[in-house]
Design a protein around this ligand. Structure first.
Ligand code: 5AD
Ligand code: SF4
Length: 503
């Protein structure tokens, strides 16, 4: 087990180191004394982490998992075996929050028979609800996205002292001070790579927060203002990850294409980051998500995609609606025409680029005509795939404050199904273009039913991977291919999945 200097420095000051002993007990030494003196000892506790939400949350979960593991905690898959249950939460739609609240209800019952169980809520919901969430009978720790560097000490204190703790940002729209930004930076760089959720793939944050204030969206209120990370810190991280075998890095940001960092005379944009990351030996593919339809830097980014072979020809650019009237009410600051022009430019510069989109159906005031405009847009663009969401009013957002949620659940559902159906037909047509072609995939691992798989087909189970353009490919092969590139001949297709044989 590695010693975590970050944890020790934060919790006990820099004069301590600690060591994990047999039976998972932790010994803490004060190194200023001549003979190392055991100044604390605790039995390693176990943690179970549940994660909801977007890639940002997945990255935060990976960081928290690494930090806890290095802090001496054991990670367990079974919640029943855990001394600590952490839930990393999402606030983007009401449904995601309801799932967490219902889970907290179950945990409350478990705590009746196991009062020593510590329950922590981290992430967007922790920031949004703060003290209210701490009032929940099951909850001991509430920790916002900017406070995750404190997670090990918060959990340790909760275990030892049995008191409730709240760690959230008080004024979320205020720019964080230098110390807090530096703490997040240190945390990110120390714990970046210990918990790769998919072999040889890693997320790297390019920026935090969002300044756009789309009227439906909670993100600016829970993740704070936009902050781009220093390019050298990002590149150092990518180099370290490459040294550990990472082949695909996905740069993350709520609006990653607005990445902007000024150092001395030079202002770096996402295209510069892609160029610098491309030069890192060992990195084979680079992706970036997610994008806002924005003119600034767009041509540079698309040109970087065309010029740099490592940058995958894939663009996720949420659209939200095909009606200018609704886009205006959403405060999206662009029109359908503007959006289409950006995509035309992308397609002219990067032939074969795969485009994905997000849509919200049933936004307040959305008429059938508005919705049909969205259907038309989807047909025109011919996305590789689309994510479609039913509008969910989020407390404190402009839409929730000022607009009535006047599209019924029934109509939202109907529009959701219709739009997905239109997209499915397009995805199906696009997938057929791959028939009998050879594609290069980065293998993620066993496909969804690994146990069934392995039992049925021990040395040649069903694997899943993705092409550079983000198509999911399912084929049989040795499990050892996980994290490696493979060439697959496509023999069968479905709307979102290609099936084939390993070459
Ligand atoms: N209701 C429904 N969908 C939403 N999204 C963001 N906020 C809401 C909301 N209040 C969707 C957008 C965004 C994706 C991450 O989630 O489509 O792109
Ligand atoms: Fe939310 Fe809009 Fe920011 Fe995306 S760009 S995170 S939808 S406010």
């Amino acid at each position: 087990m590695k010693i975590s200097p970050f944890f020790v420095k934060k919790k006990f000051g820099k004069n301590h180191i600690f060591s994990i002993m047999p039976h998972q007990s932790v010994l803490l030494f004060d190194i200023t004394l001549e003979i190392p003196y055991i100044c604390a000892s605790m039995s390693a506790k176990t943690v179970h982490i549940k994660s909801f939400g977007c890639q940002m949350n997945k990255l935060d979960t990976a960081l928290v998992t690494s930090a806890l593991r290095q802090g001496g905690f054991g990670l367990v898959d079974d919640e029943k075996e855990a001394d600590v249950v952490l839930i990393n939460t999402c606030s983007v739609r009401g449904h995601a929050e309801e799932k967490v609240l219902s889970h907290l209800g179950n945990l409350k019952h478990i705590k009746e028979s196991r009062p020593e169980l510590v329950v922590g809520v981290i992430g967007c919901m922790a920031q949004r609800l703060g003290a209210e969430l701490l009032g929940h009978e099951a909850v001991d720790v509430v920790c916002g996205p900017a406070q995750i560097p404190q997670i090990t000490s918060l959990v340790t204190e909760a275990l030892q002292e049995k008191k409730k703790t709240l760690a959230v940002t008080r004024k979320i729209r205020q720019k964080a001070d230098e110390e807090e930004t530096q703490t997040l930076e240190d945390f990110e760089s120390v714990f970046d790579s210990d918990d790769k959720q998919i072999p040889n793939q890693a997320f790297v944050r390019a920026m935090r927060g969002c300044n756009n204030f789309c009227t439906y969206c909670i993100v600016p209120y829970v993740r704070g203002p936009e902050v781009s990370r220093p390019p050298n810190a990002i590149i150092e991280q990518i180099k370290r990850l490459a040294g550990e075998g990472v082949k695909l890095v996905t740069l993350l940001g709520q609006t990653v294409n607005s990445y902007k960092y000024t150092a001395g005379e030079k202002t770096y944009c996402l295209a510069d980051l892609l160029q610098m990351a491309s030069e890192v030996e060992g990195i084979e593919w680079l992706r970036f998500v997610t994008n806002y339809p924005l003119e600034e830097f767009f041509d540079e980014i698309i040109q970087a995609m065309a010029d740099l072979p490592k940058v995958c020809n894939f663009l996720h650019m949420p659209t939200q609606s095909g009606s200018d009237r609704i886009l205006k009410a959403m405060n999206r600051n662009y029109t359908v025409r503007y959006y289409m022009e950006l995509l035309d430019r992308a397609r002219a510069t990067v032939p074969g680029i795969a485009i994905a989109g997000d849509f919200i159906v049933g936004f307040p005031g959305e008429t059938e005509e508005d919705f049909q405009a969205t259907v038309e847009l989807v047909k025109k663009v011919r996305y590789k795939n689309c994510f479609v969401f039913k509008y969910s009013p989020r407390p404190g957002t402009t839409a929730e404050n000022r607009l009535e949620d006047d599209v019924s659940e029934k109509i939202k559902k109907k529009r959701n199904t219709e739009l997905l159906g239109v997209q499915e037909k397009i995805s199906d047509e696009l997938s057929k273009e791959f028939l009998n072609k050879d594609v290069l995939v980065l293998v993620e691992g066993l496909s969804k039913k690994p146990h069934l798989n392995k039992a049925e087909n021990k040395n040649n189970p069903q694997l899943v991977g993705r092409t550079a353009t983000d198509w999911i490919v399912v084929f049989n092969g040795p499990e050892s291919l996980a994290g490696e590139f493979a060439t697959v001949k496509i023999t069968k297709t479905a709307p979102l999945t290609l099936f084939g044989e390993l070459l």
